[in-house]
Design a protein around this ligand. Structure first.
Ligand SMILES: [Zn+2]
Length: 186
């Protein structure tokens, strides 16, 4: 896994252009998030009062298949670099976690993307975020054709959790998400 860095959201013309350019990337996909993942992200975000925090997310399905279930989540690791405007996860630590998820699930659970916190009410990806996720979608080191980005905002609760899908061109689509319910999803 390569290093993955984020910076705090800065409103830029480039970001807005990327968000508006949706002609060729229109994923039709149901995204469900398990309760343990939501609780973990909320708890981590609440603790990060003056610095960004984040980690990786895992699960099964893909945008191409039309269903994604996010069932696993990690913190940034002991060597994560957290500051008020920057977050960079501990790549070796996160790689070990992905390997563990895969081996414990006989390969069913794989890396899906990234999550981190923004100090804004209604969080949106920064231009740097889009660049990072584009590189992940392009990289053969990650088993995703499109990468998921979860950003939790300043409420530190799921009410400000936003989900984005980013393709290999860096095109970004804001996606609805739902609480995972085993009666509805398998
Ligand atoms: Zn960000």
């Amino acid at each position: 896994m390569k290093t993955c860095s984020f910076e705090q959201y800065v409103e830029t013309e480039e970001t807005n252009l990327k968000l508006q350019r949706r002609r060729t990337f229109e994923p039709k996909c149901t995204i469900s998030i398990k309760g343990n993942v939501l609780s973990f992200i909320e708890k981590q975000a609440q603790r990060a009062t003056d610095k960004e925090t984040g980690g990786i997310i895992g699960g099964f399905g893909s945008a191409e298949e039309g269903t994604i279930v996010i069932s696993h989540v990690s913190d940034g690791g002991p060597a994560a670099n957290c500051s008020p405007k920057f977050f960079s996860r501990d790549t070796q630590y996160c790689q070990r976690i992905v390997d563990k998820w895969a081996s414990e699930s006989s390969g069913k659970i794989d890396y899906l993307g990234e999550w981190h916190k923004h100090f804004e009410k209604d969080p949106r990806p920064s231009f740097r975020d889009l660049q990072t996720l584009k590189e992940i979608a392009r990289s053969p080191d990650y088993h995703v054709a499109t990468a998921l980005l979860l950003i939790i905002g300043s409420s530190n609760t799921r009410s400000s959790l936003r989900v984005f899908l980013i393709d290999h061109n860096g095109q970004c689509v804001s996606m609805d998400w739902q609480f995972w319910n085993k009666n509805l999803n398998t």
